[in-house]
Design a binder for this molecule. Sequence first.
Ligand code: UD1
Length: 393
Amino acid sequence: MKVINVVGARPNFMKISPIIRAMEEIPGMGWLLVHTGQHYDVEMSEAFFQELVIPKPDINLEVGSGSHAHQTGQIMMAFEGVCLREKPDLVLVVGDVNSTIACSLVASKLRIPVAHVEAGLRSFDRRMPEEINRMVTDILSTYLFTTCEEANQNLLREGVAPEKIFLVGDVMIDTLYANLESIRKKDTWRRLGLKRKEYAVLTLHRPANVDDPKVFQEIISGLDEISTRLPIVFPIHPRTKRALSRFGYEGSFRFLDVEFPSAGGSNKNGVVRGPGIWCCDALGYLDFQNLVVHSKFVMTDSGGIQEETTVLGIPCLTLRDTTERPVTITLGTNLLLGHDKRRIIEEAMKILRGEGKGGQSPPLWDGRAAERIVGILAREFKISARSAARTRQ
Ligand code: UD1
């Protein structure tokens, strides 16, 4: 059996890492890793390969940035050549980025089965490009691996045949558990001059939040107020960095002059001195998770961080109107606040008063999702159990 595993953007890397490790346990399952090059900066891509010990991609399509149509089209054209040459039995895609939809479209038109990891999530908001990516990828997929029961229900409602859906848990959480010891051992929070549980972490990169000056302004003014009570550390995504300078906000933030070794740089001075919003460049996985683990709470518009904070038991304020991950609210520590300044401040203050929301991990978020996925694929493709069993000894 020959699988092409596809990655392209930052959140894909934590998802593919445990899958590749599980595939390596099964000698009959040959695989190639294709990086589309959607993300290409060291801190958005290479740093994750090093830290998560992901093998160097066999093929990099090097498509880079562009409009949605341009980026998706470039990936499709390049990936078609790869599929025609490599003739895989399966293309495995993860998440909901443009690389995910582009490669599943190519594979399905070449009649190559597609496996979608993290299938069935729905925000029910088609203004999010990711929602379109999720829906189209799911329609085209033969194997739909889901993280929670809600995702199964979404797929069944959309008419997906039940035998194509496999509830396996969350591969992003596999990566979190696999790295938890290294995450805890790091001293990123201390190096930044922070005090344990006396700071918040912020990430913002959704176009709906950072490309609209009015929305961005409202969020920032809420955060400004919160930051008078405790420092907020804000690792900045390149898209958001551009928005800051476009809207003339650079002066409102303090920039930490920190380069993290995991991002390929040297460790300079740069510590948080008192309240305020403290920005730094996008961080590697271990540094970022170390900041999260020791923080009082997290504010974010990311998808994956809602899941990670739920498992870590850290309160999460999600600065979006919708979430495709409702289980992090019903079971976990997540609250959905939109960009309403008053609500954001109110909920942050509750956490500071010790009235934050608790939570628990959803079923099957136990660090073994990738093992289940690969086990199911081995069974479906009738890969000899004998060879699989041999490597496990
Ligand atoms: C993409 C995903 C989003 C995911 C996010 C995580 C889509 C539609 N969106 O959004 O779901 O949450 O990744 O980061 O696929 N840029 C760089 N260096 C890089 C990559 C990007 O500077 O390595 C800049 C470029 O100016 C680019 C912009 O960031 O135009 C946006 O990158 P893009 O890949 O289009 O989308 P993201 O906002 O990163």
